[in-house]
Design a protein around this ligand. Structure first.
Ligand SMILES: Nc1nc2c(ncn2[C@@H]2O[C@H](COP(=O)(O)OP(=O)(O)OP(=O)(O)O)[C@@H](O)[C@H]2O)c(=O)[nH]1
Ligand SMILES: [Mg+2]
Length: 449
């Protein structure tokens, strides 16, 4: 499909705000040759780093730097692109940008360069999103995973699934179009076998995408429990520094306190909360309300108890109020006082981790358990840095395939489910995506990208 080409020239500072050794202004649009000549006073050879003086309208020097001209379509956006690498001062870069605007460019919107790359067929939607995710990546694993999506590995996996679905549809639809012909109509068993194979591959893609989505978004972990069991001490231990106030007084923590840590590259957003109990203290009461608000947003609740006294009646009350479906891990803290070794046990349908926030004994067990409870699978090296919308599309695909399996033998219905599955996959790469979705995705990019 021919994509519309945008006709105006956009410009932005592409490097991060602040001072730096160099700073880059990027310009993209049709026929940039004239603008480039006006900027540097001569014609630029394509794709050659050229030392040049960039001048203002009256001929005075703005900066001296390296200028590179990429004539379209061999550029990031597919249009003509000009990169001005000047000295990295914020005022100077604004002057360079101002000069480009004088010469006919306008300020780029967030993500507009990448959006043009998408519209000109340089990247598909999943790859374009990977550009933003690569910039935002918070661990080396996330970087590798975003690069895999950017290089097209995720898109290739999606396209392969689509091609296999097309093959299957063709076999079914041939029977629909020529019902009287004695063509070799496929047997249901054969179709179901192929469908199951596609479903298997989809599951693998989904597992890799889930893994990548954990690397991207991480997990909300809320530490909750009765007062004084050592919740704040546990947060400090996980964070590796004294973030929260710890005292022997029950009811020390009032406000929820948040700390992000990385475990195997997965960002864990850990929240320490006020101890849960009935109270008449007005401040503590507000703190406890906040604890429940955090618990309602959690992926995983760490329910802390003391190893010595174990589970108490108040813990039943806490457990009963936890939101449905939240992962619940019980931490038996202060094993040093109970004089037992650290442990991981399964009790009453729940995982218990015995540890000491004070000595650190057992904390690695807890970190492993957090990853496991969050759905992290060891041994998946080639994950795709997927987003929530990708997961939703993959899950929708899976349910269309499951419906198809349920109507095998009814060829028309079967073919229709396959068609729906294909279009759900197409949303990932942007083959079938609404304009407002595109606007939403690109507006979250930074300016200059
Ligand atoms: N021996 C020992 N003491 C601990 C351990 N963890 C915490 N403590 C002590 O227990 C007391 C309470 O610890 P906090 O971390 O403030 O407990 P909390 O659950 O945050 O308490 P609130 O904020 O009041 O709800 C402090 O005196 C800590 O030093 C542990 O593993 N071993
Ligand atoms: Mg506390």
């Amino acid at each position: 499909m021919a994509r519309p080409r945008r006709s105006d020239i956009i410009a932005a500072i592409a490097t991060a705000p602040g001072r730096g050794g160099i700073g880059v202004v990027r310009v993209s649009g049709p026929q940039l040759g004239r603008l480039a000549t006006s900027l540097v006073g001569r014609q630029l050879p394509p794709r050659v780093a050229t030392l040049a003086i960039i001048r203002s309208a009256d001929g005075s020097t703005i900066d001296q730097g390296i200028v590179v001209f990429f004539p379209g379509p061999y550029s990031f956006t597919g249009e003509d692109v000009l990169e001005l690498q000047g000295h990295g001062g914020p005022v100077l870069l604004r002057m360079l940008l101002g000069r480009c605007i004088e010469l006919g460019a306008r300020l780029a919107e967030p993500g507009e360069f990448t959006q043009r790359a998408f519209l000109n067929g340089k990247l598909d939607l999943a790859q374009a999103e990977a550009v933003a995710d690569l910039i935002d990546a918070s661990s080396e694993q996330a970087v590798r995973s975003a690069l895999r999506s950017l290089s097209g590995a995720f898109s290739v996996a999606i396209r392969e699934l689509q091609e296999r679905l097309t093959g299957l549809r063709m076999r079914v639809e041939a029977g629909l179009d020529f019902p009287e012909e004695e063509i070799d109509t496929p047997q249901s068993a054969d179709l179901l076998g192929r469908l199951a194979a596609i479903r298997g591959t989809l599951n693998e893609v989904l597992a890799k995408a889930r893994q990548g989505s954990l690397l991207r978004g991480g997990l909300q972990v809320v530490i909750a429990g009765r007062p004084n069991v050592g919740k704040s001490s546990l947060l400090n231990r996980l964070a590796g520094e004294e973030r929260a106030i710890v005292t022997p007084i029950a009811g020390t923590t009032r406000d929820a306190l948040r700390e992000s840590i990385l475990v195997e590259g997965v960002p864990l957003h850990v929240v320490d909360t006020a101890g849960l109990r009935d109270t008449t203290d007005q401040i503590e009461e507000i703190g406890i309300e906040r604890s429940w608000r955090e618990i309602d947003r959690a992926d995983i609740v760490l329910h802390v108890v003391e190893a010595r006294d174990g589970w108490r009646i108040e813990d039943d009350t806490i457990e009963q109020r936890l939101p449905k479906g939240v992962e619940h891990v019980v931490v038996a803290n202060k094993i040093d006082l109970a004089q037992v070794d650290c442990f991981r046990e399964f009790r009453d349908g729940c995982v218990w981790i015995g540890l000491s926030a004070q000595t650190g004994d057992g904390v690695t067990l807890l970190q492993k358990e957090l990853l496991r409870a969050g759905g992290w699978r060891e041994g998946i090296e080639d994950s795709y840095l997927a987003r929530e919308r990708h997961l939703q599309a993959l899950q929708a695909t899976a349910s269309f395939l499951d419906h198809a399996a349920g109507v095998a033998g009814q060829d028309e219905l079967f073919a229709e489910e396959l068609r729906l599955a294909q279009s759900a996959l197409g949303e990932i790469t942007g083959q079938f995506s609404a304009d407002d979705l595109l606007g939403e995705i690109f507006s979250r990019f930074c300016i200059g990208k």
